[in-house]
Write a protein that binds this ligand. Structure first.
Ligand code: ZN
Length: 48
């Protein structure tokens, strides 16, 4: 299943995600720990 990194917009297979974060009941997948950290600093900027 393809997922999209909400920070950088890259899409990749879910199994290739480097990091996964749950925010308000939705899982977000990230290509790198940098993207994950950026999301966690400002989740409201990236969450739907
Ligand atoms: Zn990314």
């Amino acid at each position: 299943m393809k997922v999209t990194d909400p920070v950088c917009g890259m899409s990749f297979d879910q199994e290739d995600a480097v990091a996964t974060v749950e925010h308000e009941g939705t899982e977000y997948h990230f290509c790198s720990s940098d993207c994950k950290e950026e999301f966690q600093e400002n989740p409201a900027d990236y969450a739907d």
